[in-house]
Design a protein around this ligand. Structure first.
Ligand code: ADP
Length: 463
């Protein structure tokens, strides 16, 4: 059964229950009031009757006055003596020889009861009469209930009609209202189905009315999830394309050189060198990919311990100077003694990535400056070069996986895979720090790493 139908049945049943309850309550209140009114009138009629009775010396009751029109024809009465004979009765009752209410007739006290005379519904007041403490007879005064019954029947009809109408209205209103409220859910379902059938994650559910209601919030959460899924899906596609591209290039070069040697039927030293270079490149790529995958899945283990940043920077400076082979000038401009809490190997990797980029993207004879200082609670490592710089279009993307600026892509195969900065940023972020970059095309780039200081080492006094 659909949710719409279930809600409609629920609302309608609830409304019907409430309406019925009120209807019954109204009916019983009116009914009780009518009965009370009838009983009061009967009592009044009784009083009017008995005041015209006198009791003879033999105990018989004599009616001194003929019944007055005040009683009207709607009241009838019977006066029974102690011997079970009818002493007096209203004119219309001359032919009736049994009590108007035979059950009430047995009662020792006054009693109001409903009774039937043929098919006539009567309300009967039975009063045992006494002279002093001596019982002298029984008086029954009755009135026809036709009007009251008619009023009750009418009322039941009206209540049933009104309740029925209101239930129909409730059913229609709740069907329409739940239909309107649930319509966006149907849209969500259709969109979800379309997405899974067409595998098109770019679809979004159109906004519905206000963002503030539950359905509006559901749509916006669903759209956000779709956006996130689309982003993941696109980057996964791009990642696969990038990886296959990066793997294919060295493999093609290796295969080309092997074919060349086979055709020449001799081992060529230059080809072997190229093959070795490409194999190294592949090894680096696979290593970086592994690192990237570990970082992505949060499984890249970081061994935190106090790290002397100055010692680390010095180490990198020496190693990279050897690597640069005098092609660019690497200079250390400032170095403070600073200790941070971090993973030494990973931090070294960050520095190596930045410095090797600086070397890579700086023309021969250019300069690379390294420095380590303090700024507030942070250590600031700076790697500045006087190289080609980064264009404004490339700048927002350089920390993305596999992103390489146009210039770098068309450069020689010595350029990297576009993974170095994304790995560096991941490592720095997981040390509670950040990387900032400032660059101007053809003027150079400055990469700054900020890391929270664990402690600053004071230089020992020399006196
Ligand atoms: P790659 O291995 O290609 O160097 P990175 O992730 O380290 O990958 O860098 C991404 C891109 O950012 C590079 O392709 C390059 O275009 C640009 N880039 C990084 N460092 C520098 C720099 N010092 N000077 C100029 N461009 C740089």
């Amino acid at each position: 059964m659909s949710l719409r139908l279930r809600l409609t049945i629920l609302y309608s049943a609830f409304t019907a229950g409430i309406l019925l309850l009120f209807g019954l309550l109204a009916f019983f209140l009116v009914s009780i009031n009518l009965s009370r009114q009838v009983d009061q009138n009967l009592s009044q009629a009784y009083n009017d009757l008995v005041k015209d009775f006198t009791v003879g010396t033999d105990g018989t009751i004599i009616q001194t006055v003929v019944p007055q029109p005040t009683l009207g024809s709607s009241y009838i009465y019977q006066l029974w003596d102690l011997h079970g004979r009818i002493g007096l009765s209203s004119p219309s009752m001359a032919m009736v020889k049994k009590p108007l209410d035979s059950v009430g007739f047995q009662s020792k006290t006054s009693v109001y009861r409903d009774a039937y005379l043929g098919s006539e519904h009567l309300r009967v007041l039975t009063v045992p009469l006494q002279a002093g403490s001596r019982p002298i007879g029984i008086l029954q005064v009755a009135t026809n209930m036709r009007l009251v019954d008619f009023a009750r029947d009418e009322m039941i009809d009206i209540i049933v009609f009104l309740v029925g109408m209101l239930i129909v209205v409730a059913v229609v209103v709740s069907w329409v209202a739940t239909g309107r409220a649930l319509a966006p859910l149907e849209t969500i379902t259709q969109t979800a189905l379309q997405i899974s059938q067409e595998e098109d994650l770019s679809k979004r559910i159109p906004a519905h009315g206000t963002e503030k209601d539950e359905v509006g919030r559901l749509i916006s959460a669903f759209n956000q999830t779709l956006g996130r899924l689309e982003h993941i899906y696109i980057s996964q596609q791009r990642f696969l394309a990038d990886v296959s591209h990066e793997l294919r290039t060295p493999l093609t070069v290796i295969k080309g050189n092997v074919n060349l040697m086979r055709r020449m039927k001799q081992v060529d030293e230059e080809s072997l060198e190229t093959i070795e270079d490409e194999a190294d490149r592949l090894t680096r790529l696979v290593g970086n990919l592994l690192l990237e995958a570990q970082a992505e899945s949060g499984k890249l283990p970081l061994q935190f311990a106090p790290v002397e940043l100055d010692t680390l920077l010095l180490e990198v400076f020496k190693e990279m100077r050897v690597l640069a082979r005098g092609r660019v000038n690497i200079k250390l401009t400032e170095i403070d003694q600073i200790v941070v809490n971090g993973d030494r190997d990973r931090l070294k990797q960050v520095l190596i990535n930045l410095v090797s980029n600086a070397i890579k993207y700086t023309q021969p004879g250019g300069d690379v400056y390294l420095s380590l200082g303090k700024t507030g609670p942070n250590a600031r490592l700076i790697v500045r070069d006087t190289g080609q710089g980064i264009s404004a279009e490339d700048m927002p993307h350089i920390f993305e996986r596999f992103y390489r600026a146009e210039k770098s892509r068309t450069r020689s195969r010595a350029s990297g895979f576009g993974l170095g900065l994304s790995i560096a940023a991941w490592i720095v972020n997981h040390h509670g720090g950040r990387i900032e970059v400032d660059s101007a095309e053809n003027k150079g780039s400055t990469f700054c790493i900020y890391l929270p200081i664990l402690k600053t080492v004071q230089p020992s006094s020399t006196d």
